[in-house]
Write a protein of this length. Structure first.
Length: 291
């Protein structure tokens, strides 16, 4: 199917607004016959007439009214674009970022930090489930998705997975809990534990660690949101198994403490993009910093 010729649509729009072929032709410095040819070409493309003559006057047909509505939107947006660029002097750059709803906010800030506070850059931030965010990538309504659950890749996938960070995972709690044990096994045995849900790769690693240590932990909570894990650790309902970056402020203030015993676990963070011929150039500033 041939594409719409927007020159033809533009001439129709001008005539429809004037309501008079002669007046429009004079304003555009065209002959009436040349303008009529442009209208006929549009009608041929649409398969329906857009004007009818009654009492030597042009009137919009139903197809013409529908076409005018679309033309107003199209060319009105063009006028707004020109006005906006004239006002700002140059185009505002926009980066649309999706993030898994349960992802660490501190990690998100650190990833986006090179773009924060730049007056000509606008960040549009969205959160959601993996399915929702990947659908946004496919629809090109998002430029990048931040996640710790990388989508599986194969030859047919429409996504590119960029590893952007790896954070160590620790056992974190109040100083009173952390200082009371002389080994990691004793620490995990003596305290209730706040863990990620089974969907998290960190949870699988923690379960394997407990099996190696012959520890059967008492679970205080299974949580799919790092922000909630942080709050529960602050409330001292148990020890939390999570990356220290999630509780960065609490560690600096001394409210929470990281166990000295390494658990040997890590969490991997990814930036997922769609395969596009022209990716958003702002992504280069982020990827150059972390890759």
């Amino acid at each position: 199917m041939s594409e719409m010729n927007y020159n033809h649509l533009r001439y129709f729009w001008e005539v429809a607004r004037d309501g008079n072929l002669t007046r429009t032709a004079a304003r555009l410095n065209l002959s009436q016959s040349a303008l009529s040819v442009q209208i006929r070409k549009l009608e041929d493309r649409l398969g329906q007439p857009v004007f009818e003559r009654r009492n030597r006057q042009l009137h919009l047909t139903e197809a013409g009214r529908i076409t005018l509505d679309y033309a107003e939107t199209i060319f009105g947006a063009g006028q707004e674009l020109i006005a906006t660029l004239r006002q700002t002097g140059h185009a505002q750059q926009v980066l649309r970022v999706g993030a898994l709803a349960t992802l660490s906010r501190n990690f998100q800030i650190e990833f986006l930090r090179p773009l924060l506070g730049q007056p000509q850059i606008e960040l549009v931030l969205r959160s959601g489930t993996s399915i929702e965010l990947l659908q946004g990538l496919e629809a090109l309504s998002l430029d990048v998705v931040l996640t710790n659950l990388a989508p599986s890749a194969d030859a047919l996938t429409s996504f590119i997975v960029h590893p952007v960070a790896q954070q160590p995972v620790s056992v974190i709690g109040t100083p009173a809990r952390i200082d009371a044990a002389d080994s990691l096994a004793a620490l995990l045995s003596a305290n209730p534990i706040i863990v990620p849900t089974l969907e998290s790769p960190v949870r699988a690693g923690f379960d394997a660690l407990c099996a190696r240590l012959s520890v059967r932990p008492v679970l205080a909570a299974e949580v799919d949101d790092m922000a909630m894990m942080r709050l529960l650790a602050r409330e001292d309902i148990g020890l939390a198994v999570l990356p220290p970056i999630v509780v960065k402020n609490e560690l600096e203030s001394g409210l929470l403490q990281e166990a000295a015993y390494s658990v040997g676990l890590s969490e991997h963070f990814h930036a997922v993009t769609a395969k596009r011929k022209f990716p958003n150039p702002l992504l280069a500033q982020l990827f150059d910093r972390v890759l």
